[in-house]
Design a protein around this ligand. Structure first.
Ligand code: FES
Length: 115
């Protein structure tokens, strides 16, 4: 069962930027897009750069390493909209920015059992 977790306060993330936070053993990038907050997986699926360090323009974050672009509102990869990185619910309660990050499902490994 997941619960909303406070990661920052209003004002901690300047408009047009993002910060990364550890929540439920995951790194989450939280962006302030003109006062609207969005949260996606912080690790770029290409080679693992922090997306929170990317440039945010018109709701799209560009990875700081090689420029892959993702919509902050839902994690859609702009160059192939069929592919998404994880995105998470965000809410503001009072001045607290909170995210809901479910734990990762356990990994299923195919192949013969060790032994
Ligand atoms: S690590 Fe993000 S585009 Fe390469």
């Amino acid at each position: 069962m997941s619960e909303f977790v406070t990661v920052a306060r209003v004002g901690d993330i300047p408009p047009g930027t993002g910060n990364s936070y550890a929540v439920n053993d995951r790194m989450v990038a939280v962006f302030n897009d003109g006062g609207d907050y969005h949260a996606i997986d912080d690790l770029c699926p290409h080679m693992g750069a922090s997306l929170a360090a990317g440039e945010l323009r018109e709701g799209v974050v560009a990875c700081p390493w090689h420029g892959w672009r993702f919509r902050a509102c839902d994690g859609t990869w702009c160059d192939n909209p069929r592919i998404k990185t994880d995105h998470f619910e965000v809410r503001v309660v009072g001045d607290e920015i909170q995210v809901l990050v479910p734990p990762r499902p356990p990994r299923v490994v195919d192949g013969p059992a060790p032994g």
